[in-house]
Design a binder for this molecule. Structure first.
Ligand SMILES: N[C@@H](CCC(=O)N[C@@H](CS)C(=O)NCC(=O)O)C(=O)O
Length: 233
């Protein structure tokens, strides 16, 4: 019913975690971003920003033509609304989830992403950039740790806000962070890690690719993009 355009990265894991928590049937459509498959015209029609994840729902609630969605936050909201799961149904609870979801997609994700980039992939070591993003990641971990001091999950019950944040905490060591400095975050992290749906989601990831290193060719594709990449002459 749902096609998930996917590659096993933190943003991809968000959606497999959701789908594994629900009974929604889905098919993984691998988009090998290291090989440039995100620039295939069929994919760009669904995901004009040439980033995965994206979905196509062939059975929308209103029926009619399939609905496609790109951006992991929008996908999570769409699926949560459709299934009426993992988002509160009242406006007070819903906005609680949404603000933390947006916090993740606008803050934790991009900052941790730049952290990975400068610490692991940049061709030269730039101490200012590394320190900038390690510190900002540290601040964001501190925000989440404080939030979790007096509650089990980020916003009410287990929700799409948790599913969006968890995959970005998985690589805490690569981000120069020590979870022992964040005891509430660590407790939350271990609880989500041990959920059967999370375990299944990461097992599916490994069935697509378990390669976490990038070839020089892949780095050129991923880190050399300009406007021309999505508007080839
Ligand atoms: N804001 C987007 C970010 C998605 C994103 O950055 N995806 C990366 C992998 S984690 C990607 O597809 N990269 C392909 C590329 O850089 O061309 C979302 O949350 O969905």
């Amino acid at each position: 019913m749902i096609d998930l355009y996917y590659w096993p990265t933190p943003n991809g894991h968000k959606i497999t975690i959701f789908l594994e928590e629900t009974d929604m049937p889905y098919t993984l459509v691998p988009v090998n971003i290291g090989a440039g498959e995100q620039f295939n015209p069929e994919f760009l029609r669904i995901a004009p920003n040439n980033r995965m994840p994206a979905i196509v729902d062939h059975m929308p609630l209103e029926r009619g033509a399939p609905i496609s969605v790109f951006e992991s936050g929008a996908i999570l909201v769409y699926l949560a609304d459709k299934s009426e799961q993992f988002i509160a149904q009242d406006s007070r609870g819903r906005v609680e989830v949404l603000q933390w979801l947006f916090w993740q997609v606008g803050g934790l994700g991009p900052m941790a992403g730049q952290n990975h980039h400068f610490a692991r992939y940049a061709p030269e070591r730039i101490p200012y950039a590394i320190e900038r993003y390690v510190k900002e990641t540290n601040r964001l971990y501190g925000v989440l740790n404080k939030r979790l001091a007096d509650r089990e999950f980020i916003a009410g019950g287990y929700s799409i806000a948790d599913m969006a944040s968890y995959p970005w905490i998985v690589s805490h060591e690569n981000q120069g962070q020590n979870l022992d400095d964040f005891p509430h975050l660590k407790r939350w992290f271990e609880a989500i890690k041990n959920r059967p749906a999370t375990i299944r989601a990461y097992a599916r990831a490994n069935s697509i690719s378990s390669n976490t290193t990038l070839s020089d060719e892949a780095k050129k594709i991923l880190f050399g993009q300009t406007a021309q990449s999505v508007n080839p002459k």
